[in-house]
Design a binder for this molecule. Structure first.
Ligand code: HEC
Ligand code: HEC
Length: 350
């Protein structure tokens, strides 16, 4: 092609003496897939850039996305607690209203296939719309948030750089936050170092791993380790309630299928030590209580997962773990804690 074609705009600028604005340029974000992980799902219509991730981080920590600028995403998703809230059973929204679900960890969501306990969002761009307008969370409207952001010169400049837009809208707010959420990766726990043969596990942790990864405890079929994620991203009923006491329909509220009653997203167990209390309704305060639930086998129901083979209604109730086995399983779960993740300043308050 003729080189002059490219020179023309530049020459025009020089002659016209106008302030020829340069098109903003973005830097592709260098997404590192940890050793042993499968490839993530980064959508082609929202490629990660350094500028987009940084803008998303700023928005995540800014109460500007809530009614009366009172609450940020980070208030319910705090890095120290694996991006859950600080030990609450149910989250408290901007108006002091108490929700009905336990705040979820934000860990390795670049690999996620659906979001929220019931999976009602199929991508992170869509997920971000939820909390901003949820009356039990940030309880505002998008026109209000867009007006506040458009009145803010700093945000105007940041959106211009990240997305080359002059008018900020909800779609680009969600794109930026989704980029930041995808950048939050945990893959350097003691367990990861063990997989990479950099450290060894104690005999207790090793026994816990065996229980986890064999039929003895059978955690691995749902909280799969072989993909790196400690979840298989499916929806399952892990025998918490019988049919009569299932107050939260879980996945069924999304699909309308009776066969999905009481099924919830299998959560990652990465950094599980930091994210108490546990389950969609935060019913268990400690890992000891969780392990006791699985050891007893839970209760039968019409949708209980076939992998929950030892419910109180089965021929063979309970896992029959010894007291030491239970301690070992918990010791293993704690090897999934990743201090580099918790202390990574790239995920912290900008
Ligand atoms: C009032 C507390 C609260 C606020 C504020 C809040 N969240 Fe959440 N978040 C929750 C709760 C509770 C859930 C689980 C809700 C459910 O399943 O119905 C959740 C779930 C999520 C999930 C799903 C994770 C998964 O594994 O599926 C993501 C992602 C998320 N929030 C991001 C955000 C972002 C981004 C913001 C800010 C725009 C935000 N949250 C604001 C409490 C909050
Ligand atoms: C049939 C699939 C399945 C099996 C097997 C299974 N889990 Fe789960 N696990 C789930 C689901 C689904 C949830 C979320 C349930 C809910 O909140 O209603 C969960 C939740 C958890 C939680 C709480 C996570 C959080 O963020 O609140 C822990 C801890 C846990 N499981 C550990 C284990 C251990 C340890 C084993 C093995 C002894 C095990 N699981 C076996 C499906 C399973």
């Amino acid at each position: 092609m003729n080189k002059r074609v490219f020179l023309l705009p530049g020459i025009a600028c020089m002659f016209l003496f106008t302030s020829c604005e340069k098109e903003p340029t973005t830097t592709p974000y260098n997404f590192q897939v940890p050793v042993g992980f499968i490839q993530p799902n980064i959508p082609a219509n929202n490629p990660m850039t350094v500028e987009g991730v940084e803008l998303g981080r700023k928005l995540f920590y800014d109460p500007i996305l809530s009614k009366n600028d009172a609450q940020a995403c980070a208030d319910c998703h705090t890095q120290t607690y694996g991006f859950t809230d600080d030990g609450l059973q149910f989250s408290i929204g901007v108006d002091g209203d108490v929700g009905n679900r336990n705040s979820m960890a934000i860990i390795n969501l670049a690999w996620g296939t659906s979001f929220f306990w019931d999976g009602r969002s199929v991508d992170l761009e869509h997920q971000v719309f939820g909390p901003v307008t949820n009356p039990l969370e940030m309880n505002t409207t998008w026109p209000e948030v867009e007006a506040k952001l458009n009145a803010n010169a700093n945000y105007k400049a940041l959106f211009k750089t990240a997305f080359n837009i002059d008018q900020i809208d909800s779609v680009h707010v969600s794109k930026a936050i989704a980029q930041f959420l995808r950048s939050i990766v945990s893959g350097n726990s003691k367990f990861d170092k063990f997989v990479r043969s950099e450290v060894s596990l104690t005999p207790s942790e090793l026994n816990g791993l065996t229980i986890y990864n064999t039929e003895q405890g059978d955690c691995f079929h749902c909280h799969t380790l072989s993909n790196g994620l400690a979840t298989d991203n499916s929806f399952k009923n892990n025998a918490l309630d019988d049919d009569a006491s299932m107050t939260d329909l879980g996945r069924m509220a999304v699909t309308g299928l009776a066969s999905d009653k009481g099924k919830f997203k299998v959560p990652t167990l990465r950094n599980i030590e930091l994210t108490a209390p546990y389950m969609h309704d935060g019913r268990f305060a400690t890992l000891e209580e969780v392990v006791n639930h699985y050891d007893m086998g839970g209760v039968p129901s019409s949708t209980v997962d076939p992998l929950m083979k030892h419910t109180s209604g089965s021929a063979n109730p309970g896992l029959n773990l010894s007291a030491q086995d239970k301690l070992d399983l918990i010791a293993f779960l704690k090897t999934l804690t990743d201090q580099d993740f918790v202390n990574n300043t790239a995920y912290g308050h900008p």
